[in-house]
Ligand binder design. Structure first.
Ligand code: SAH
Ligand code: SF4
Ligand code: F3S
Length: 454
């Protein structure tokens, strides 16, 4: 056997949860002595961390896999793994479809990668998709950024939105303890990280599975309590959280965000549709009026807060008029950013078998019309920054112009300005905004911080 180190490659599809899982799995592999390879063709172990939120996300992985399965014919030592949501959804079926696979592992098993790999190296083909209690991770993740980090606070989702595959692939809600979350953030602070995004599919559900109530019967461990609990972690300058669910969003949470200086003025609250009948068919558990009240309440406490959301067009049975209610909501609320998608029927979800499916033409036409309005609204919202001084946390060099650096405002707008990344990475810089575009800003630094004392 050659003595050169074994190399691994991970490609990640899907949401921030998957990105966070990949970073932990990469940490486990490095702890086992593997080295990262950017190029999958140079790797001895390839892991695809997959997403099944929409049909096209799922298909992408099959085309990647096909190529590597062929390579395995020449290189039998190649280890091929499918992790994440497609793995959970397909399980054994995936092995039948791609018999070259060594392992299929669901998202709940990410932290167990080392144990599972030992079984693979012992010659087994492994399927790990049973529901488990998620282990606390003991290895250090290999994080993409040295400035901003994801921290999972709750895994899974107990909602049953009729279009959504997430509950069946991510399992029931499992909250991490406030102590474990704080300990991870303290370690991040020591390593020089400046920003943490707390993650959950429905982050407002945080803590409802943890024991303990106040004398009035309120759960002791809500997201709001968690924010107070982790707020003073040394070194961490900014805290964000996602994703909020309108059904559970509280005024108490908004007040905490207003009161706690490290919590950024940005809320990501998907509304999915601006029409009450569609919302009902989606089983979202709120009306568009309730959604508007939440936004009004945020703007009452924090008039300048940025607000982003997700929306789906072409849900089964959606009429032109109902779709227009989504346009109307976007028009009236004026989101800073909106992630949009055409409805995609997912296996095992209720809406997938309804007979009132819309044609692809209608869906894509509505998606285009919505996206057009999204950019207009985002551009309008961007303009409010012109001439202002914004705090930007510098993350990276601008890939398109090395004389510039890029970072984000507290409201989460991507911002570019002239500067040296070696000097500015991880610094909070006051930037005067001179140009605005729909989804980004440009400006000039007005205070360049002193080089950090290392
Ligand atoms: N937990 C979050 C979102 C999770 S999935 C929430 O409750 O809002 C991310 C986004 O993908 C969703 O907000 C929704 O807009 C979109 N999505 C989910 N299932 C979809 C489907 N079947 N077709 C199209 N878009 C979908
Ligand atoms: Fe899916 Fe609904 Fe759960 Fe969000 S809240 S992950 S849309 S089931
Ligand atoms: Fe996709 Fe799974 Fe996230 S389906 S969006 S990777 S939870």
């Amino acid at each position: 056997m050659s003595s050169s180190p074994r190399r691994y490659h991970i490609t990640t599809f899907g949401c921030q949860m998957n990105k966070a899982d990949s970073e932990r799995m990469a940490g486990i592999l490095e702890n086992m002595g593997f080295q990262f390879s950017e190029d999958p063709n140079q790797a001895d172990l390839i892991l695809y961390n997959t997403c099944s939120i929409r049909d096209n996300a799922e298909h992408k992985v099959y085309s990647y896999l096909g190529r590597q399965a062929k390579r395995k014919l020449q290189q039998p030592n190649l280890t091929l793994i499918v992790a994440g949501c497609v793995a959970q959804q397909e399980g054994e079926a995936l092995l039948r479809r791609v018999p070259e696979l060594d392992m299929v592992m669901g998202p709940q098993h990410a932290n167990r990668l080392e144990d599972l790999l030992e079984q693979v190296f012992a010659g087994n083909q492994v399927v790990a998709t049973e529901a488990v209690h998620i282990m606390e991770d003991i290895t250090k993740p290999r994080r993409e950024s040295q400035v901003t980090a994801w921290v999972n606070v709750i895994y899974g989702c107990n909602e049953r939105c009729t279009y959504c595959i997430v509950p069946s692939v991510r399992g029931i809600e499992q909250s991490r303890t406030p102590e474990a979350i704080r300990a991870e953030m303290e370690e991040l602070g020591r390593q020089g990280y400046k920003e943490v995004t707390l993650l959950g599919q429905n982050i407002d559900a945080y803590g409802r599975d943890l024991p303990g109530t106040t004398p009035e019967g309120r759960n002791l461990h809500t997201l709001t309590d968690l924010l107070y609990f982790v707020h003073d972690v040394p070194g961490i300058e900014r805290i964000r959280f996602a994703t909020s669910h309108p059904r559970y969003f509280t005024e108490r949470l908004i007040r905490a965000c207003q009161e706690l200086p490290k919590v950024c003025e940005h809320f990501h609250i998907p509304f999915q549709s601006g029409d009450n009948d569609v919302l009902k068919a989606m089983a979202r558990g709120y009306t568009q009026e309730k959604y508007r009240r939440i936004i009004d309440m945020i703007r009452h406490y924090m008039p300048d807060a940025s607000i982003s959301a997700d929306a789906i067009v072409g849900f089964p049975g959606e009429t032109e008029e109902q779709f227009e209610n989504t346009l109307k909501l976007l028009e009236e609320i004026s989101f800073d950013m909106l992630n949009t998608a055409a409805y995609s029927p997912r296996p095992g979800t209720p809406a997938a078998v309804w007979e009132n499916q819309l044609s692809e033409e209608v869906k894509s036409d509505r998606l285009q019309r919505l996206n057009h309005l999204v950019s207009i609204k985002a551009a309008e919202r961007s303009q409010r920054y012109l001439g202002r001084i914004e705090e930007v946390l510098v993350e990276e060099q601008n890939a398109k112009d090395p004389t510039q650096v890029m970072g984000r405002t507290r409201g989460n707008r991507l911002t570019f300005f002239t500067g040296d990344i070696n000097q500015l990475k991880g610094q909070l810089v006051q930037v005067k905004i001179t140009e605005s575009r729909a989804f980004s800003l440009s400006g000039e630094a007005i205070s360049v911080p002193q080089p950090a004392l290392v």
